[in-house]
Write a protein that binds this ligand. Structure first.
Ligand SMILES: C[S@@+](CC[C@H](N)C(=O)[O-])C[C@H]1O[C@@H](n2cnc3c(N)ncnc32)[C@H](O)[C@@H]1O
Length: 330
């Protein structure tokens, strides 16, 4: 956390709000001995406010892709694990993870879920893709396989899967891409295969003025990119339209910043996230980055005193056993 805040403070002190030149990532691809697949290629990035963002034209994802963001996502993974008490929805009807199945984590980020799962289930093959080269390229267990890939496209491994996870896409898809993403996942599942999804709400239940202003700017940023900032309540309908049988859905209203370990870490995670996009939020709030940084810090610090909560949506669905191989719903 200290790093994210101090980096922004350094940048805002310099009044750095302009877009800096595009930077090409160092290329490192190729196969890793003993590891079945490494399809990573260097992806382009641009630097804004000292943070590195993807330039993939096909994606409207708004968050950074640099090491600070990878750290945040790893931290967020363990926060999710502690909040839900599991990495797999417990409603899975059969012990499929006892078998040598193929599992896909789409939009895997730095691969936190895969790396955690792969050590617990060494006989399962885990495949992860992301539009950005955020996943590990050289050091990971042998049953992990990473590649560039897009949720809207067929996976690069040429496989169908027994289990697919699509987690934390809330700021990644255009409103009209959600239906296509679920159809894409449905088509890449084997009949009887499971689909797990987890999405946070961008909105928060709060009376805090600074926080409401930050959230309002965030929703404007997403809306300008054609995104739906309140996708959670619509997910079940979209899954059903794609052909899924929904086994479980849950909305968890989670306290944030209230003082216990998980809620304090949740608030710090949000601080890192908001600070990473401070230049965009500042511009929408019509204030400078320094002022925006102070507003973000005040907003996060008052989450506890104002008893702020955030909604987390979790789902487990299944492709029916008798399902046609491919859905063309939507
Ligand atoms: C908030 S992160 C979540 C990472 C990971 N799923 C997790 O839960 O830890 C969202 C990830 O989705 C990726 N992403 C965005 N748009 C995507 C797309 N169209 N296809 C695949 N990945 C995408 C981003 O690059 C980012 O790594």
């Amino acid at each position: 956390m200290g790093n994210a805040r101090s980096a922004l403070q350094r940048n805002s002190a310099k009044g750095k709000r302009e877009t800096e030149p595009t930077k090409a990532m160092s290329a490192s691809s190729g196969s890793v001995p003993g590891s079945a697949y490494s399809g990573a290629k260097a992806t382009q990035s641009r630097i804004i406010g000292g943070r590195e963002f993807h330039t993939e034209e096909k994606s409207v994802y708004v968050l950074a892709k640099d090491d600070e963001e990878k750290d945040r996502l790893h931290e967020q993974h363990f926060l999710i694990k502690e909040t839900f008490g599991n990495l797999l929805q417990p409603q899975i009807l059969e012990p499929i993870f006892d078998n040598s199945i193929d599992v896909y984590d789409v939009g895997c980020g730095p691969g936190s879920w895969i790396l955690d799962m792969a050590t617990e289930y060494p006989h399962v093959q885990f495949f992860g893709t992301d539009i950005a080269d955020t996943f590990p390229e050289s050091i990971y267990p042998k049953n992990c396989h990473f590649s560039l890939g897009n949720v809207l496209e067929v996976n690069p491994f040429g496989k169908t899967f027994d289990f697919i996870q699509m987690r934390y896409f809330a700021v990644a898809l255009r409103e009209n891409e959600w239906d296509d993403a679920f159809v894409s996942m449905y088509n890449q599942l084997k009949p009887g295969g499971y689909f797990q999804s987890l999405e946070p709400s961008i909105l928060m239940n709060t009376s805090n003025t600074d926080l409401n202003e930050i959230i309002s700017a965030f929703t404007k940023l997403l809306a300008a990119k054609g995104q739906d900032y309140d996708i959670g309540p619509k997910i079940v309908g979209k899954m059903k339209a794609a052909g899924f049988e929904v086994i479980h859905e849950n909305k968890l209203e989670s306290p944030i910043g209230w003082g216990n370990k998980i809620s304090t870490r949740g608030a710090e995670d949000m601080r890192m996230l908001y600070l990473s996009i401070a230049p965009f939020l500042a511009s929408l709030l019509n204030i400078d980055v320094e002022e925006c940084t102070a507003k973000i810090n005040r907003a996060v610090d008052s989450m506890g005193p104002t008893k702020t909560t955030v909604n987390l949506w979790s789902f487990l669905a299944r492709k029916p056993l008798e399902a046609p191989a491919s859905s063309s719903a939507v």
